[in-house]
Design a protein around this ligand. Structure first.
Ligand code: FNR
Length: 363
C-alpha cells in the first residue's frame, strides 16, 4: 500500500502514528543566563503533540556549541530539569519528541565565549551573521568573527560533550536524539571541503572530513542505542555562510557510512526553502540507495510534494517547519484539508508568547 502522510511509520525504536513531523525550529526563548528551557516552551511543544514526532529546536551540547542568544542547552542539571517538564507535557498530550543536539562551531560570536573566538575546522575568515543580545537587551545581528581551529584535545572534548548531552537527553525523557550535521554548523564545517582545510586525520579526503561526524554519532549511539539516534544533513545548499552546492558526493558517502550503523533515521534538509536548488530525483534515488533506512524529508513541503515523494519511495516521513510554527494542530489540519494560519516571521526569533503559543488551533 502506498504510504500517506497519515499512515503510521516506525523510526528505529520509536513508533509514530503519522508522518507529519515537526521540524527543528530555533525560537530563542530559553531563560537566561543559563539557557534553561522554560514553561512557555513547554506549552509551545505540548500544543504540537499531534505531530508524528517533534524535533526539538537545536540545543547546544556545551557553551562552545552556542551561537545565538537564548537558545537552550542540554549540559546542565537545570537544563535537564527544564526539558523533563517539556517531554512530560508532550507525552501527556500523546506525542513524542526527539532532542536535536547542536554545536554551532564558527556560527557564533566571541561574546558567548568570554571574548575568545568560536571554534571550527579551520581558522579562516568567512562571511556570516548571528544574533546576540544588544545593549537594549533585544536581539541584534552581528558579523561572525574568524574562528580558531579545534585542537585534537578540543575534538576529543567535543565528542565527550555529545556523549554527555545524549545521556542528559535520555534522563530528560526524550524519545530519541538527532545529531545536527547540517546547515553549516560545526559537523558540517568539518564535512565540507569548502570550510575544512585541516591537514590532520580530520581534513583532506572525504573519509577524513566525515570522521568527526561519525565519531560523534558513534559516541551518541554508545550513550544510548542506534535505534534512538538519527542524523540531520543538508548535503547540497548554502546555509550560514557555508556555500556547499557541490556537497552531493560527500553527502552520499556520509549516508553510506551512517547506514552501516543501523540508525533510526536520516533527516534530509533540502535547500529550496532558502533559495537553493530543488533536489533532483537522481540525487534522491542515489540517497535512497546509500541509506535504505527511514528518510525524513524537510524543506518547502506541501501535501502534494509529500505525496509524490512518499509514493516514489524517496522519503518515509516529512518534517514541516514554518507551517508548524503557525499551526499547532498542523497534522490534524492537513488530514482534514483545513485552511492553514500564516506564520509571522517577525516573531520567529526571541520574545514571548506572541507569535509562539498564540496561534489558534481549529475550533
Ligand atoms: C529553522 N530550521 C532549523 N533547522 C534545524 O536543523 N535546526 C534548527 O534549530 C532550525 N531552526 C529554524 C528556525 C526557523 C525560524 C526556521 C524558519 C527554520 C530549518 C527547519 O527545520 C526546516 O528545515 C525549514 O524551515 C524548511 O522547512 P519549511 O519551513 O519549508 O517547512
Amino acid at each position: 500500500m502506498t504510504p500517506s502522510l497519515f499512515s503510521p511509520v516506525t523510526l528505529g525504536a520509536v513508533e509514530l502514528p503519522n508522518r507529519v513531523l515537526m521540524a527543528p525550529l530555533t525560537r530563542m526563548r530559553a531563560t537566561p543566563p543559563g539557557d534553561v528551557p522554560n514553561d512557555l516552551m513547554r506549552d509551545y511543544y505540548a500544543q504540537r503533540a499531534g505531530a508524528g514526532l517533534i524535533f526539538s529546536e537545536a540545543t547546544q551540547v556545551s557553551t562552545w556549541g552556542k551561537g545565538y542568544m537564548d537558545t537552550p542547552g542540554i549540559y546542565s542539571s537545570e537544563q535537564v530539569a527544564g526539558w523533563r517538564r517539556i517531554t512530560d507535557a508532550v507525552h501527556e498530550a500523546g506525542g513524542r519528541i526527539a532532542a536535536q543536539l547542536w554545536h554551532v562551531g564558527r556560527v557564533s560570536h566571541e561574546s558567548f565565549h568570554g571574548g575568545q573566538p568560536p571554534v571550527s575546522a579551520s581558522a579562516e575568515p568567512y562571511r556570516n551573521r548571528t544574533t546576540v543580545r544588544g545593549e537594549d537587551g533585544r536581539p541584534t545581528r552581528v558579523n561572525c568573527p574568524t574562528p580558531q581551529a579545534l585542537t585534537t584535545e578540543g575534538i576529543a572534548q567535543t565528542i565527550e560533550d555529545y556523549r554527555r548531552a545524549t545521556e542528559n537527553a535520555r534522563e530528560a525523557g526524550f524519545d530519541a536524539v538527532e545529531v545536527h550535521a547540517a546547515h553549516g554548523y560545526l559537523l558540517h564545517q568539518f564535512i565540507s571541503e569548502v570550510s575544512n582545510h585541516r591537514d590532520d586525520e580530520y581534513g583532506g579526503p572525504v573519509e577524513n572530513r566525515v570522521r568527526l561526524a561519525l565519531e560523534v554519532v558513534d559516541a551518541v549511539v554508545d550513550a544510548w542505542s542506534a535505534d534512538r539516534v538519527g542524523v540531520r544533513v543538508s548535503p547540497i545548499g548554502s546555509f550560514n555562510g557555508l556555500d556547499d552546492l557541490e556537497g552531493g558526493d560527500t553527502g552520499l558517502h556520509l549516508a553510506r557510512e551512517l547506514s552501516r550503523r543501523q540508525l533510526a533515521f536520516l533527516h534530509l534538509s533540502e535547500p529550496d526553502w532558502v533559495g537553493g536548488p530543488e533536489l533532483d530525483d537522481a540525487f534522491r534515488v542515489a540517497l535512497r540507495e546509500a541509506f535504505p533506512g527511514p528518510i525524513v524529508g524537510a524543506g518547502a513541503y506541501t501535501t502534494e510534494k509529500a505525496d509524490r515523494l512518499l509514493a516514489a519511495g524517496h522519503i518515509d516521513a516529512v518534517a514541516f517547519g514554518r507551517p508548524y510554527i503557525a499551526n499547532p494542530d498542523l497534522a490534524e489540519r492537513l488530514e482534514q484539508g483545513a485552511d492553514l494560519n500564516e506564520p509571522n516571521p517577525s516573531t520567529f526569533y526571541g520574545g514571548g508568547a506572541e507569535g509562539y503559543t498564540d496561534y489558534p488551533a481549529l475550533a
